[in-house]
Design a protein. Structure first.
Lengths: 373, 373
């Protein structure tokens, strides 16, 4: 293998595929990035066996292809090396079959490589029937749900995002059983199959980092046990989590006794401020009292003191309600809204709090209250 | 104590004095900031007993002083609270003698306080005879030396910066015994006493953060066992380290066999690039070979591969020299120069490497070579 390529072009694609490489990986060959150069161009592949990313640089974006070939280069060093090279053009040349020379006029790096024959065969398939979403909408949907996935390995399914497709309705749900985020979007055209899958949250986070141009389309190819996203020249394939995701639609109340309209930013500042005096960083519990046309958010820690923040609101009833919840979970939920005005919906101090836009039902955030007595 | 003040004014000074509060402090009262309000204005004091910072806000910068008084407020919460208050004006009011109410129209925080009677008496004295330095020069001198102080508590004196004053010459030296940084400046007028003191490096780092306006003057008041810096309304007093600092002037060779002129940025990139393949992050050793009119910087790690970067240079002799050193230490030293051209001076592969500006001798960086065989 021997070729020359612009530094920025190879660096961008190496950065993309390297997101599949896990720091926890114990299989040596999977610490490498597979370079596969033929007359079409350069294919780069990286995988942690759960997630595979394959990127393609067509031959017209490569300065010169002098010899085709395949080799596995350790990912740990190659990114840093390319970044620091003082030249626009980088030359690659395999020498002694298991060494690669990466060089410019004044720099040269001679890296030990791994045998491409040892790299696992990973098939990245496309389907004829796939879903197309604008990157902007996909990224927004990820941002609005990903924070609510569980980080606890004890319930593996909850570490994923549940994706359901039925006709032209696509719905994403994430929950760690203390709060829930749900976003639905309407597809441009109906999808033929009924889908109910769970995608590992950590892979979705990596996908989000790779998709940078929000104007482009992303293709989603869904299989029984895997899902493949196609974006620009990149194929991003993730395994699915096995099992039945809890039926979350029952969790979200349809009717509410208390509906409070608030200015998003004021309400956020109110909770943020009150949470300052909560002692534990993990469970920063604040109390919210809705009285007359005000909300008072307060916290109390015997050794420190107490905090009290208030804002004027609009309410549908005059009954008081007092409810306690995690300030962190509420702020996470509030950050997913772009609107100026939102509504806080409640039934009682022990029932879920639902946060919605005043005008759009496609995004629902739910936070469970915390009993403080 | 009762007063109202602009949020930004109190926040700036609280941020300044809080730099004296140590996270390792075990004396409860020293976790607090002392508020002392009289008709001149508000004095804020914080201390970890090794370092004391006192700041003054004159009464004409305070919106209203309704009742004078003194109280100690926990530093941990007050900064965050003031930062997040949604108003321009903040009100302070002591209630029940050991509680302070911090409030705006919509927010109120009720914090437990500490008794001001328990706060240590700390005298911050000025001298008639002091040194004046422009903040710009002081900050630059700190940046050029502080990185070389030792982080090892086993030789406490080396954790400080050695400051010597003799007539109009002020000289700072820092060394961890593997590298040394020395910067001298000429004072506007000679100082009467001969000074040879060691200031704790960590306190100098805090001083550097507090001095933000480089156009202002800083006064330096030196005592037998402490040093006081006066900048704007802030008094910054540090204890000195006891003992005799090593006589470092002997360490720096006066004459050199090899003098190599390099472009600073190219030489830096050369070392940075070669250091990528060094295995240990701590001792990233590179080898530099000066041959004919080139420098070749290289590294080799058997499991990874090898790196080689070269630049053209100007040399005073044609003899080759091959020398190994820590890339990190060399890059730390190079970062202290503003000039485009510097000179690398050497005598042999086992003698100190000295880095200087080609035109200005006031800054000297020294890095010891490492024997690799």
């Amino acid at each position: 293998m021997k070729f020359s390529i612009k530094k920025n072009i190879i660096l961008e694609q190496l950065t993309n595929v390297s997101k599949a490489i896990s720091t926890r990986n114990i299989i040596p060959i999977l610490n490498g990035i597979k370079f596969d150069l033929n007359d079409e161009g350069l294919y780069l592949t990286a995988s942690d066996s759960d997630l595979t990313i394959k990127s393609f640089i067509p031959s017209d974006k490569i300065e010169s292809i002098d010899m085709q070939g395949t080799i596995i280069i350790q990912s740990k060093y190659i990114l840093e090396i390319i970044k620091k090279l003082p030249s626009d053009i980088v030359n690659f040349e395999v020498i002694d079959s298991l060494k690669i020379l990466i060089y410019t006029e004044t720099s040269q790096y001679n890296l030990n490589c791994l045998n491409s024959g040892d790299y696992p065969q990973i098939e990245l398939k496309e389907r004829e029937n796939f879903i197309t979403i604008k990157a902007l909408f996909l990224k927004k949907m990820i941002k609005q749900t990903i924070f609510a996935v569980s980080t606890q390995e004890s319930r593996p399914l909850l570490t994923g995002i549940n994706v359901k497709v039925n006709g032209e309705l696509l719905e994403c749900v994430a929950t760690d059983s203390y709060r829930l985020a749900k976003k639905s979007i309407v597809l441009d055209k109906p999808y033929d199959d009924v889908v109910d899958i769970v995608i590992p949250g950590k892979n979705i986070s990596e996908l989000d980092k790779i998709i940078t141009d929000e104007e482009k389309d992303v293709e989603i190819h869904i299989f029984d046990n895997k899902i493949m996203f196609k974006y620009e020249g990149i194929l991003f394939q993730s395994n699915l989590l096995n099992g039945s995701y809890p039926n979350t639609s029952n969790f979200i109340p349809a009717e509410f006794v208390h509906i409070i309209s608030v200015k998003l930013n004021d309400y956020f500042a109110c909770i943020d401020g009150a949470s300052l005096l909560t002692q534990s960083k993990e469970k920063n519990i604040v109390k919210m009292d809705a009285i007359a046309d005000e909300i008072v958010v307060s916290s109390y820690a015997s050794e420190i003191g107490k905090a009290e923040n208030r804002i004027s609101v609009e309410r549908n009833v005059t009954d008081d309600i007092s409810i306690s919840f995690s300030a962190k979970y509420m702020m996470d939920a509030l950050r997913t809204f772009d609107e100026e005005d939102i509504i806080i919906c409640m039934n009682s101090d022990s029932k879920p709090i639902v946060i919605k836009s005043a005008t759009d039902e496609s995004l629902i955030q739910l936070v469970l209250p915390i009993k403080t007595y």
